[in-house]
Design a protein. Structure first.
Length: 304
Protein backbone atom coordinates (compact mmCIF):
# COMPACT_ATOMS: atom_id res chain seq x y z
CA UNK A 1 0.00 0.00 0.00
CA UNK A 2 1.28 3.44 -0.96
CA UNK A 3 0.45 6.42 1.24
CA UNK A 4 0.86 9.75 -0.50
CA UNK A 5 -0.07 8.33 -3.89
CA UNK A 6 -1.33 11.70 -5.09
CA UNK A 7 1.88 13.54 -4.22
CA UNK A 8 4.91 14.04 -6.45
CA UNK A 9 6.83 11.00 -5.22
CA UNK A 10 3.75 8.79 -5.04
CA UNK A 11 2.58 9.60 -8.56
CA UNK A 12 6.04 8.89 -9.94
CA UNK A 13 6.07 5.52 -8.15
CA UNK A 14 2.72 4.60 -9.67
CA UNK A 15 3.97 5.73 -13.11
CA UNK A 16 7.09 3.54 -12.92
CA UNK A 17 7.35 0.96 -15.75
CA UNK A 18 7.62 -1.88 -13.22
CA UNK A 19 4.83 -0.69 -10.90
CA UNK A 20 2.43 -3.15 -12.52
CA UNK A 21 4.22 -6.03 -10.81
CA UNK A 22 2.41 -5.06 -7.62
CA UNK A 23 -1.23 -4.40 -6.88
CA UNK A 24 -0.86 -0.94 -5.39
CA UNK A 25 -3.49 0.47 -3.09
CA UNK A 26 -3.17 4.26 -2.84
CA UNK A 27 -6.03 5.75 -0.82
CA UNK A 28 -6.56 9.49 -1.01
CA UNK A 29 -6.58 11.67 2.10
CA UNK A 30 -10.38 11.73 1.80
CA UNK A 31 -10.51 7.94 1.86
CA UNK A 32 -7.95 7.60 4.64
CA UNK A 33 -7.18 10.44 7.03
CA UNK A 34 -3.77 9.53 8.44
CA UNK A 35 -4.19 12.12 11.19
CA UNK A 36 -6.88 9.84 12.66
CA UNK A 37 -5.25 6.82 14.33
CA UNK A 38 -8.44 4.77 14.71
CA UNK A 39 -9.41 5.18 11.04
CA UNK A 40 -5.86 4.38 9.97
CA UNK A 41 -5.78 1.21 12.08
CA UNK A 42 -9.19 0.11 10.84
CA UNK A 43 -8.17 0.60 7.21
CA UNK A 44 -4.85 -1.22 7.55
CA UNK A 45 -6.43 -4.08 9.50
CA UNK A 46 -8.99 -4.52 6.74
CA UNK A 47 -6.70 -4.48 3.70
CA UNK A 48 -3.63 -6.14 5.31
CA UNK A 49 -1.06 -5.05 2.69
CA UNK A 50 2.23 -6.92 2.30
CA UNK A 51 4.11 -3.61 2.36
CA UNK A 52 3.36 -0.11 3.52
CA UNK A 53 5.21 2.71 1.72
CA UNK A 54 5.03 6.05 3.54
CA UNK A 55 5.37 8.84 0.98
CA UNK A 56 2.69 10.96 2.67
CA UNK A 57 3.18 14.30 4.36
CA UNK A 58 3.03 18.06 4.19
CA UNK A 59 5.96 19.30 2.11
CA UNK A 60 7.15 22.70 0.95
CA UNK A 61 10.12 24.95 0.35
CA UNK A 62 11.99 27.26 2.69
CA UNK A 63 9.36 30.02 2.62
CA UNK A 64 6.50 27.66 3.47
CA UNK A 65 8.49 26.04 6.30
CA UNK A 66 9.38 29.42 7.81
CA UNK A 67 5.79 30.66 7.64
CA UNK A 68 4.08 27.50 8.94
CA UNK A 69 6.39 25.59 11.32
CA UNK A 70 3.51 24.32 13.47
CA UNK A 71 1.76 22.71 10.50
CA UNK A 72 4.97 21.11 9.22
CA UNK A 73 5.78 19.66 12.64
CA UNK A 74 2.35 18.49 13.80
CA UNK A 75 0.90 17.27 10.49
CA UNK A 76 3.96 15.21 9.62
CA UNK A 77 4.40 13.94 13.16
CA UNK A 78 0.78 12.78 13.33
CA UNK A 79 0.99 11.08 9.94
CA UNK A 80 4.23 9.27 10.72
CA UNK A 81 3.27 8.19 14.23
CA UNK A 82 -0.20 6.98 13.30
CA UNK A 83 0.93 5.09 10.23
CA UNK A 84 3.84 3.29 11.89
CA UNK A 85 1.96 2.35 15.06
CA UNK A 86 -1.20 1.33 13.19
CA UNK A 87 0.90 -0.81 10.84
CA UNK A 88 2.46 -2.57 13.80
CA UNK A 89 -0.88 -3.11 15.52
CA UNK A 90 -2.38 -4.44 12.27
CA UNK A 91 0.43 -6.98 12.01
CA UNK A 92 2.06 -5.55 8.87
CA UNK A 93 5.66 -6.73 8.90
CA UNK A 94 7.29 -4.63 6.15
CA UNK A 95 7.28 -0.84 5.93
CA UNK A 96 9.32 1.61 3.86
CA UNK A 97 9.36 5.11 5.31
CA UNK A 98 10.57 8.11 3.30
CA UNK A 99 12.53 10.67 5.30
CA UNK A 100 14.37 13.80 4.13
CA UNK A 101 17.95 15.06 4.11
CA UNK A 102 16.99 18.00 6.35
CA UNK A 103 16.97 15.41 9.17
CA UNK A 104 20.75 15.86 9.36
CA UNK A 105 22.45 18.45 11.59
CA UNK A 106 23.00 21.81 9.93
CA UNK A 107 26.75 21.93 10.66
CA UNK A 108 27.63 18.28 10.14
CA UNK A 109 30.55 17.44 7.90
CA UNK A 110 29.58 16.57 4.33
CA UNK A 111 28.87 14.10 2.87
CA UNK A 112 26.18 13.34 5.43
CA UNK A 113 26.24 9.74 6.63
CA UNK A 114 23.34 7.84 8.15
CA UNK A 115 24.94 7.62 11.60
CA UNK A 116 25.05 11.44 11.85
CA UNK A 117 21.35 11.70 12.70
CA UNK A 118 20.76 13.40 16.07
CA UNK A 119 24.42 14.42 16.31
CA UNK A 120 23.82 18.16 16.25
CA UNK A 121 21.40 21.09 15.94
CA UNK A 122 19.01 21.17 12.99
CA UNK A 123 18.62 23.92 10.41
CA UNK A 124 16.10 26.39 11.97
CA UNK A 125 14.32 27.23 8.71
CA UNK A 126 12.81 23.72 8.43
CA UNK A 127 13.32 22.38 11.92
CA UNK A 128 9.68 21.40 12.46
CA UNK A 129 9.54 19.24 9.36
CA UNK A 130 12.92 17.69 10.18
CA UNK A 131 11.90 16.85 13.75
CA UNK A 132 8.78 15.06 12.53
CA UNK A 133 10.80 13.04 10.01
CA UNK A 134 13.42 12.12 12.62
CA UNK A 135 10.74 10.98 15.06
CA UNK A 136 9.12 8.75 12.44
CA UNK A 137 12.43 7.21 11.40
CA UNK A 138 13.35 6.59 15.03
CA UNK A 139 9.95 5.04 15.70
CA UNK A 140 10.52 2.65 12.78
CA UNK A 141 13.84 1.62 14.33
CA UNK A 142 12.25 1.12 17.76
CA UNK A 143 9.50 -1.10 16.36
CA UNK A 144 12.07 -3.28 14.59
CA UNK A 145 14.32 -3.44 17.65
CA UNK A 146 11.47 -4.67 19.84
CA UNK A 147 10.45 -7.41 17.38
CA UNK A 148 12.77 -8.42 14.53
CA UNK A 149 9.82 -9.83 12.57
CA UNK A 150 8.86 -6.22 11.89
CA UNK A 151 11.21 -4.76 9.30
CA UNK A 152 10.50 -1.02 9.23
CA UNK A 153 13.11 0.79 7.15
CA UNK A 154 13.73 4.42 6.22
CA UNK A 155 15.03 5.93 2.98
CA UNK A 156 16.56 9.39 3.33
CA UNK A 157 16.48 10.99 -0.13
CA UNK A 158 18.22 14.18 -1.12
CA UNK A 159 16.06 17.04 -2.43
CA UNK A 160 13.64 15.97 -5.16
CA UNK A 161 12.18 17.71 -8.21
CA UNK A 162 10.35 16.59 -11.34
CA UNK A 163 6.96 15.71 -12.76
CA UNK A 164 3.96 16.38 -10.51
CA UNK A 165 5.96 18.96 -8.55
CA UNK A 166 4.51 22.18 -7.10
CA UNK A 167 5.30 25.29 -9.15
CA UNK A 168 4.46 27.98 -6.64
CA UNK A 169 7.11 30.38 -5.36
CA UNK A 170 5.44 30.50 -1.94
CA UNK A 171 5.27 26.70 -1.50
CA UNK A 172 7.68 24.96 -3.85
CA UNK A 173 11.24 23.74 -3.46
CA UNK A 174 14.21 25.31 -5.22
CA UNK A 175 14.16 23.83 -8.74
CA UNK A 176 10.43 24.25 -9.55
CA UNK A 177 10.53 27.72 -7.96
CA UNK A 178 13.40 28.71 -10.27
CA UNK A 179 11.57 27.34 -13.30
CA UNK A 180 8.45 29.30 -12.43
CA UNK A 181 10.37 32.51 -11.65
CA UNK A 182 12.40 32.48 -14.85
CA UNK A 183 9.45 31.57 -17.06
CA UNK A 184 7.46 34.39 -15.45
CA UNK A 185 10.38 36.79 -16.01
CA UNK A 186 10.52 35.90 -19.70
CA UNK A 187 6.76 36.37 -20.08
CA UNK A 188 6.92 39.74 -18.38
CA UNK A 189 10.10 40.82 -20.15
CA UNK A 190 11.89 41.28 -16.82
CA UNK A 191 15.61 41.93 -17.14
CA UNK A 192 16.53 40.55 -13.70
CA UNK A 193 15.53 37.87 -11.21
CA UNK A 194 16.19 37.86 -7.46
CA UNK A 195 18.17 35.10 -5.77
CA UNK A 196 17.92 34.71 -2.00
CA UNK A 197 21.34 35.00 -0.39
CA UNK A 198 24.65 35.10 -2.25
CA UNK A 199 23.84 31.94 -4.18
CA UNK A 200 26.84 30.03 -2.83
CA UNK A 201 24.86 27.60 -0.65
CA UNK A 202 24.98 24.11 -2.16
CA UNK A 203 22.21 21.58 -2.69
CA UNK A 204 21.85 18.06 -4.05
CA UNK A 205 18.75 17.42 -6.19
CA UNK A 206 17.51 14.18 -7.74
CA UNK A 207 14.86 13.74 -10.43
CA UNK A 208 11.68 12.28 -8.89
CA UNK A 209 11.56 9.40 -11.40
CA UNK A 210 14.85 8.20 -9.93
CA UNK A 211 13.55 8.20 -6.36
CA UNK A 212 10.54 6.23 -7.62
CA UNK A 213 12.97 3.77 -9.20
CA UNK A 214 14.78 3.42 -5.86
CA UNK A 215 11.48 2.63 -4.11
CA UNK A 216 10.61 0.00 -6.73
CA UNK A 217 14.12 -1.43 -6.34
CA UNK A 218 13.55 -1.60 -2.58
CA UNK A 219 10.45 -3.75 -3.10
CA UNK A 220 12.55 -6.18 -5.14
CA UNK A 221 15.50 -6.07 -2.72
CA UNK A 222 13.84 -5.39 0.61
CA UNK A 223 15.77 -7.93 2.66
CA UNK A 224 19.16 -6.40 1.77
CA UNK A 225 18.04 -2.80 2.22
CA UNK A 226 19.71 -1.16 5.26
CA UNK A 227 17.49 0.08 8.09
CA UNK A 228 18.59 3.66 7.32
CA UNK A 229 19.59 4.39 3.73
CA UNK A 230 20.51 7.62 1.97
CA UNK A 231 19.28 7.91 -1.62
CA UNK A 232 21.06 10.54 -3.70
CA UNK A 233 23.14 11.40 -6.75
CA UNK A 234 26.47 11.99 -4.98
CA UNK A 235 26.97 15.51 -6.38
CA UNK A 236 25.80 18.96 -5.35
CA UNK A 237 25.62 22.36 -7.06
CA UNK A 238 25.48 25.93 -5.81
CA UNK A 239 22.21 27.87 -5.93
CA UNK A 240 23.81 30.10 -8.57
CA UNK A 241 24.57 27.04 -10.70
CA UNK A 242 20.96 25.85 -10.49
CA UNK A 243 19.77 29.25 -11.67
CA UNK A 244 22.28 29.19 -14.53
CA UNK A 245 21.27 25.69 -15.68
CA UNK A 246 17.55 26.48 -15.55
CA UNK A 247 18.17 29.77 -17.37
CA UNK A 248 19.73 27.87 -20.29
CA UNK A 249 16.84 25.42 -20.41
CA UNK A 250 14.07 28.04 -20.35
CA UNK A 251 15.92 30.65 -22.41
CA UNK A 252 16.28 33.41 -19.81
CA UNK A 253 19.06 35.84 -20.77
CA UNK A 254 18.67 38.44 -18.03
CA UNK A 255 20.67 39.15 -14.89
CA UNK A 256 20.49 37.80 -11.36
CA UNK A 257 20.32 40.05 -8.30
CA UNK A 258 21.30 38.64 -4.91
CA UNK A 259 19.26 39.59 -1.85
CA UNK A 260 21.55 38.76 1.06
CA UNK A 261 18.94 39.74 3.64
CA UNK A 262 16.86 36.64 2.80
CA UNK A 263 17.40 33.26 4.56
CA UNK A 264 19.25 30.53 2.66
CA UNK A 265 19.02 27.51 4.96
CA UNK A 266 21.95 25.09 5.31
CA UNK A 267 25.10 26.19 3.51
CA UNK A 268 25.82 22.68 2.24
CA UNK A 269 23.74 19.50 2.19
CA UNK A 270 25.31 16.59 0.32
CA UNK A 271 24.46 13.08 1.50
CA UNK A 272 26.76 10.08 1.44
CA UNK A 273 25.76 7.39 -1.06
CA UNK A 274 28.23 4.72 0.10
CA UNK A 275 25.53 2.41 1.46
CA UNK A 276 23.40 3.03 -1.61
CA UNK A 277 26.25 1.97 -3.88
CA UNK A 278 26.88 -1.19 -1.87
CA UNK A 279 23.15 -1.96 -2.00
CA UNK A 280 23.38 -1.82 -5.78
CA UNK A 281 21.14 1.07 -6.85
CA UNK A 282 22.06 4.25 -8.71
CA UNK A 283 20.12 7.13 -10.34
CA UNK A 284 19.76 7.35 -14.11
CA UNK A 285 18.97 11.02 -14.82
CA UNK A 286 21.56 13.81 -14.94
CA UNK A 287 20.58 17.30 -13.77
CA UNK A 288 20.27 18.85 -17.25
CA UNK A 289 18.05 16.00 -18.46
CA UNK A 290 15.88 16.19 -15.38
CA UNK A 291 15.38 19.95 -15.66
CA UNK A 292 14.56 19.60 -19.37
CA UNK A 293 11.87 17.02 -18.56
CA UNK A 294 10.55 19.06 -15.64
CA UNK A 295 10.28 22.24 -17.72
CA UNK A 296 8.46 20.36 -20.48
CA UNK A 297 6.05 19.04 -17.87
CA UNK A 298 5.55 22.57 -16.51
CA UNK A 299 4.79 23.94 -19.99
CA UNK A 300 2.34 21.14 -20.73
CA UNK A 301 0.48 21.13 -17.43
CA UNK A 302 0.57 24.77 -16.36
CA UNK A 303 1.07 26.90 -19.49
CA UNK A 304 -0.53 25.17 -22.51
Amino acid sequence: MLLGGNGMVGRNILDHPLAGRWDFLYPTSQELNLSDFDRTLKYLSKVKPDYVINAAGLVGGIKANINHPVDFLINNLDIGRNLVLASRQAGIKKLINLGASCMYPRNAENPLMEDMLLQGALEPTNEGYALAKIMTARLCQYVSSEDSDYQYKTMIPCNIYGRFDKFDIDKSHLVPAIIQKLHYAIDNKSSSVEIWGDGEARREFMYADDLADAVIYSLMNFETMPVLLNIGVGKDYSINEYYAIVAKVVGFNGNFVHNCEKPVGMLKKLISIKKQQVWGWKPKTCLKQGIDKTYNYYLKEFID
